[in-house]
Design a protein. Structure first.
Length: 144
């Protein structure tokens, strides 16, 4: 997509009257840092393009976790059960006040279930999940 051949560009832009070996070598030496930066940009572009498709959705996280860490058992991501809402009121008032959703419920929003052979890679998996999960979501890693 970002194809840029600087050798061809130098030959196109350099007049034929001064297109000699010494001049081409000098211009190639001047363009060498640009070639290096272009190569780094291509690597960055490819890694970023592959990371764009990863979202915080449960099935997408599960797919990419299984894709990157191939093990004996699959990695599973599943939701936790939501608890009943908590009501706060005194008997005299007889008017229940509902606590907000983020106060009620379980301590985590989803669980990442890993096989035991991936225990040494927990910090890398945790970093991956932290990067792509939604900021307000909490999770827990458990092992089979």
């Amino acid at each position: 997509m970002y194809a840029l051949d600087l050798n061809i560009l130098i030959n196109w832009l350099l007049p034929s009257s001064i297109r000699k070996g010494r001049m081409l070598a000098w211009l190639n030496a001047l363009v060498a840092p640009v070639k290096m930066l272009h190569g780094k940009f291509l690597i960055f572009s490819n890694t970023t393009r592959s990371g764009i498709y990863i979202t915080g959705q449960k099935r997408v996280l599960e797919y990419y976790l299984n894709r990157f860490w191939l093990g004996s058992a699959p990695i599973e991501v599943y939701d936790t059960d939501q608890a009943e809402p908590v009501y706060i009121f005194t008997e005299n008032e007889n008017q229940p006040v509902y606590l907000p959703v983020f106060i009620t419920g379980s301590a985590v929003d989803f669980i990442v279930q890993l096989p035991l052979d991936l225990q040494p890679y927990e910090s890398a998996i945790r970093a991956f999940v932290n990067k792509y999960k939604l900021p307000t979501k909490r999770y827990e890693i458990i092992y089979l």
